[in-house]
Design a protein around this ligand. Sequence first.
Ligand SMILES: [Zn+2]
Ligand SMILES: [Zn+2]
Length: 204
Amino acid sequence: MPENRVTDQPYGTYSVYSVLKTGLWVTCPRCGGMGLVTRGDGPYHFRCTRCGHARTKELSGYRFRVQNQCPSCGRYYNITIQDRRQQTFPVLRVTCPYCGFAAPGRVEQTGKQVWYGEGGDLRQGQDPVFGFDLWFLTSFGGRPVWALNREHLAYLIGYLSAGLREKPAGRFGLRTEADTLPGFMKTAKNRDRLVRRLKELQKK
Ligand SMILES: [Zn+2]
Ligand SMILES: [Zn+2]
């Protein structure tokens, strides 16, 4: 029987949404120290634990975008509309990221709190509110790998280095945290090196 056995966590345990309650660990843009992004009932806050730099941001919880097929090069693209005023326009002229051709497109509001979904919302490992690099951010084979806080990092290391992984009790068939991990992180041949990389992050 494998000595190193781990029980996976229920899906959402380490989502941005849940971690924001205690703090999403990010890198301070001013001093490079560790800061926390949190949210109470209202706006989001950032505060650096080293230099005290602080920011506040109010977010609607909605995202706005224009989806187009470029009339010039034929490719599909998706432009996020950040500007509050532009978000109220029914139609907006946007520029194709591939060829630079400007074309009008319908401004769409996407689902509420899409932010809090998995993976993609963190882009290349930045927090979805202020866009700061996560504190626990590294790369593996050219792909970004991150943890949302120290507890999440410990979970990843424990999960990936375990000899046997089990679903949480009573959650059979339901989604778990590990289901949200990209395939390359779970591939057996990558695991040892990935765990070493993550353990380096633990020293921060
Ligand atoms: Zn700072
Ligand atoms: Zn184009």
